[in-house]
Every structure is written in structure tokens, then in C-alpha cells.
Design a protein around this ligand. Structure first.
Ligand SMILES: [Zn+2]
Length: 331
């Protein structure tokens, strides 16, 4: 695998070398300026609206230039710019269809090239970016084969084997959320158009659905839920001793443990990292998730550890900066 600490002629020449890690959201970007070893120098959030057209690109370039300036650097010090996008990116860095945001990747690239002429640009899928971030600076530091599972509105995955990300030939590598865990036709319909995907049972939305399902089965009134993805309310109910919440979390762990056991038959990673909003309550279900995984996996894989992520929402920012630095030959 690539060395984690960059040792490179370009760095030695340019002592202020730094990288931008940019989280591209639907209506804003969140950016961090990092040193080549991953120390954060400054961060900024830039509201963008739709990321199409010159006006939006200009706003982004200005916001980023301000960030670089605040950190006492100049545009030429920026040697790498990584962008984290919520959609597929193939192994050549091409951005595929983005379902949830409006973004013109080519236009944005051109604007960033103008603003930071020395920088290598890299796009990375958000779940993969988070995995790379954890590899560089988080829970997976020093672990060269691991799989990250992000439990949020949906379920994302990032696969790292031998220190390298596995994006897949078509950008669909690590789409663990769409593993079939309930047989076709019997499972819940998924946003991908198939049935019984893990995402329908282990995301925040999935957990809320399981909770409501348990309440209906037992004729219990559910606790107040603020919205369809209010997994925190289900975890609070579990803490308060709610039997339906307890059963729902167990069913979530059963599906997730089963899915991870299938992944192990192919990758056999040393570690699974659990991240995303649902991971905030990791301690509440860590034991049952491990038990479910071990009940389903092949014997040799039972030594696999299941750990929480440590970088939270910043993982993507670190990960894209790392990938861009790596493509620039600096990490
Ligand atoms: Zn699906």
C-alpha cells in the first residue's frame, strides 16, 4: 500500500504544500485545507445553491480562495483538490449519475483548475471517501483491508483491500446497501428498483420502519417520531426499555450481520467500520451486531473486528484530500 506519511520531492520543495478536501452537498460545500500529512489548517462552509453555471463556480472558487488565504497560504501551495460526491465515481474518476444533487462536474473542475493551477483534482464517491479518510487519519489507520459501512439515510459502503479502494469497474463496488438480504419479491422495495436490499432494514429509515412494524405487530403505540428517518428516537426508546425498539434494533443487527458475513466470504477484511448517523448509537447495538455476524460468517472470519468510525462527518473531507494527494504522488 502507499505510505501513509508522504515523503516526496515536491513536498520538500514546497514547504507550504497543502490539499483541499471538499464535501459536495446539495446546497453547499464544506471544505478543509489540510497539510500533506493530514493536519487541518482551516475549514469553511460555502453556500452554493445548484452547482451548475458560472455564478456557482465563481462562488465556490472565491470561498476556497478565502479559506486558503486565511490559512496563510497562496493558490500555488494547493497541490491537491479532492471532491466528495454523493454518487458513483468509476475507477478513472468519472462522475456518474447523481440522484440527489445538481452538479456539473466538468464545469466545476475547470473552475477549480483556474483557481488552483498546481493542483491534482480527484472526485471520489462519498462512502469511499469516508473509508479513505478513516484509513488515513481514523479508526482504520494501519489496517490495510477493511470495509466501511455508513448507516445514514441510506446504507453506503467503502471497500479497501491491500490499502487500495475498490471502486469497481462501473463505480458500483462497495454498494453494500444494495445487497439482497430478504429474498427478491418478499422484501421491501428499494430506491434502486430491486427488493429486499440491506438499506431498507439497516438505514435510519429502515430502522424506523422496523420499529413501526414491531409496534404494529404487538399493537403498541410508537413513541413520537419527528420524521421517517428519526432513528435517534428509536434508540432513545431502546434506552428507556421499549420492547418494540429492542426488537427493531435486533432485526436491524440480524440483517446487517448477515450482510457483513456475506461480504467476508469474498473480502475477509480484518475490520468492519460502522459510520453514519445510526453509528452514533453504536454502543447500544455493537454486541448484537457482532453476535449476528459471527452466527452467519465462516469460522475463520469470526476474528473480524467491528468498530465505530472515529472521524464522523469529517471523514469524507480527509479521504478526498488523501486520494487527491495520492494521485499527485504526495501520499
Ligand atoms: Zn437497493
Amino acid at each position: 500500500m502507499a505510505a501513509l506519511e508522504p515523503v516526496c520531492a515536491a513536498c520538500a520543495k514546497r514547504e507550504n504544500a497543502c490539499a483541499l478536501g471538499i464535501d459536495v452537498g446539495g446546497t453547499s460545500i464544506k471544505a478543509g485545507l489540510l497539510t500533506c500529512t493530514g493536519e487541518v489548517l482551516a475549514t469553511a462552509k460555502v453556500p452554493t445553491g445548484r452547482i451548475v453555471g458560472q455564478e456557482a463556480f465563481k462562488k465556490i472558487a472565491q470561498g476556497l480562495s478565502g479559506l486558503v488565504e486565511r490559512a496563510g497560504r497562496v493558490a500555488e501551495d494547493v497541490v491537491a483538490v479532492g471532491l466528495d460526491v454523493p454518487g458513483p465515481v468509476d475507477d478513472r474518476g468519472n462522475v456518474g449519475m447523481l440522484a440527489n444533487i445538481e452538479l456539473d462536474p466538468d464545469g466545476l473542475c475547470m473552475a477549480l483548475r483556474d483557481a488552483f493551477p498546481e493542483a491534482t483534482l480527484a472526485f471520489v464517491n462519498d462512502a469511499n471517501a469516508a473509508a479513505l479518510g478513516e484509513l488515513w487519519r481514523g479508526s482504520a489507520k494501519g489496517v490495510d483491508s477493511f470495509v466501511m459501512v455508513t448507516l445514514g439515510t441510506g446504507v453506503g459502503g467503502g471497500v479497501v483491500v491491500g490499502g487500495r479502494l475498490v471502486p469497481g469497474a462501473f463505480g458500483a463496488g462497495g454498494e453494500i446497501g444494495h445487497m439482497t438480504v430478504v429474498k427478491e419479491g418478499e422484501g421491501r422495495t428499494c430506491g434502486c428498483g430491486r427488493h429486499g436490499c440491506l438499506e431498507q432494514y439497516a438505514s435510519a429509515k429502515g430502522l424506523v420502519w422496523l420499529y413501526r412494524d414491531e409496534c404494529a405487530r404487538r399493537s403498541c403505540a410508537p413513541v413520537a417520531l419527528a420524521h421517517e428517518t428519526d432513528a435517534l428516537a428509536v434508540f432513545d426508546a431502546l434506552r428507556a426499555g421499549d420492547a418494540c425498539a429492542d426488537a427493531a434494533v435486533s432485526r436491524m443487527c440480524e440483517h446487517l450481520g448477515y450482510a457483513l458475513a456475506q461480504v467476508s466470504t469474498i473480502i475477509d477484511p480484518a475490520v468492519y467500520l460502522v459510520g453514519g448517523g445510526v453509528a452514533g448509537a453504536f454502543d447500544l447495538y455493537a454486541e448484537r451486531l457482532s453476535a449476528s455476524f459471527r452466527a452467519h460468517c465462516l469460522a475463520p472470519s469470526s476474528a473480524t473486528r467491528i468498530l465505530p468510525c472515529s472521524l464522523g462527518n469529517d471523514a469524507g473531507m480527509y479521504g478526498v484530500a488523501y486520494e487527491a494527494l495520492r494521485q499527485a504522488g504526495l501520499a
